[in-house]
Write a protein that binds this ligand. Structure first.
Ligand SMILES: NC(=O)c1ccc[n+]([C@@H]2O[C@H](COP(=O)([O-])OP(=O)(O)OC[C@H]3O[C@@H](n4cnc5c(N)ncnc54)[C@H](OP(=O)(O)O)[C@@H]3O)[C@@H](O)[C@H]2O)c1
Length: 288
């Protein structure tokens, strides 16, 4: 760590941001967070971070938080915010610092980005063009996606209805992704790297459910829901059609071609990635 490191973290109330903030604070880094005013999730920000209020939709609102930073952890909330302001946000960041770590997606790595209309690829391109020292974390799905997607059903019954149970992903533990990010934000040697960050093994969704079942000590049964039924529900629930199609096509593909497993976490951190079992036993309370 450099004595003068000051890092700004976006998404500090989300899935990865709070862990990244904690890792940085553990390293003794001056850590700032940029959050929306009146954000209902402010309680998720670890104590010790300096809080700035602003909005990625309003690039000028970021000025105060960027003053004097040495690196920025950026994620873009694609589901709730378009990319119209992304060019100005990236320019602002470049005006204040040389180093940026961006949470991208494995979809860019495998050339399958219709999943999100090329949003991650678009951000990567913008950042690269600005000529900063960048590191892109081209990540697989997070372990905690299981909470977002499945917890309500598991809490209320023993059946889990979801599409493509045989689709195999290599989910990344949030703590591992955050540790990789914290290294890239504060150490030399990560500039210009597209890190394809994955968990240690590909597990079908049914296998993931069975591990959660063991952690809960309760039998769960998978029910495969047809593609079209799920698509309709996703779109009715607010998913843009292109996102819904992309996500479902990707899952269909993973039935025959399990998601890649890389050694990135071990190479960067010098220790193997945490597995889904560890995550599930640590987070079982979220399904109770
Ligand atoms: N989830 C995955 O499996 C996955 C896989 C690959 C890549 N990624 C990427 O990883 C990143 C995190 O994804 P996630 O789905 O887990 O989301 P998340 O961490 O919940 O991220 C959303 C964060 O952005 C904040 N936010 C929302 N609108 C904002 C705005 N206008 N200005 C500033 N901050 C705003 C949210 O605040 P509040 O919610 O508190 O309002 C929250 O902290 C994203 O870039 C995503 O594309 C995710």
């Amino acid at each position: 760590m450099n004595e003068k490191d000051t890092v700004l973290v976006f998404g500090a109330t989300g899935n990865i941001g709070p862990h990244t903030v904690s890792r940085l604070l553990d390293k003794g880094v001056d850590t700032r967070v940029l959050v929306l005013e009146n954000d209902p999730n402010l309680g998720r920000i670890p104590e010790g971070a300096e809080v700035f209020y602003g909005d990625l939709a309003d690039p000028d609102s970021l000025d105060a938080s960027l003053e004097g930073v040495t690196s920025v952890f950026l994620m873009w909330p694609f589901f709730t915010l378009g990319v119209e302001t992304a060019p100005d946000v990236v320019k602002k960041i470049k005006n204040h610092t040389e180093r940026i770590v961006f949470v991208s997606s494995i979809g860019v790595h495998i050339g399958l980005e219709p999943v999100d209309n090329n949003c991650h690829a678009y951000l990567e391109e913008l950042i690269e063009k600005e000529g900063m020292e960048w590191t892109f974390l081209q990540t697989t799905g997070f372990c905690c996606n299981a909470v977002t997607a499945w917890a309500d059903q598991i809490r209320s019954g023993d059946t889990l209805s979801f599409p493509y149970g045989a689709a195999a992903r290599s989910p990344i533990h949030e703590e591992d992704l955050a540790e990789v990010a914290a290294r890239a934000l504060t150490e030399k040697g990560h500039a210009g790297q597209r890190y394809v960050v994955t968990g240690p093994e590909a597990l079908s969704q049914i296998e993931q459910m069975q591990i959660i079942s063991e952690a809960l000590g309760r039998e769960l049964t998978w029910v495969d829901v047809p593609h079209e039924t799920v698509r309709e529900a996703m779109v009715a629930g607010g998913w843009p059609e292109a996102y819904a199609d992309g996500a479902l096509e990707y899952f269909a593909m993973l039935v025959d071609e399990p998601e890649k497993v890389t050694g990135t976490v071990e190479r960067v951190l010098g220790k193997p990635p945490r597995d889904f079992r560890e995550w599930a036993f640590d987070n079982a309370h979220k399904f109770r």
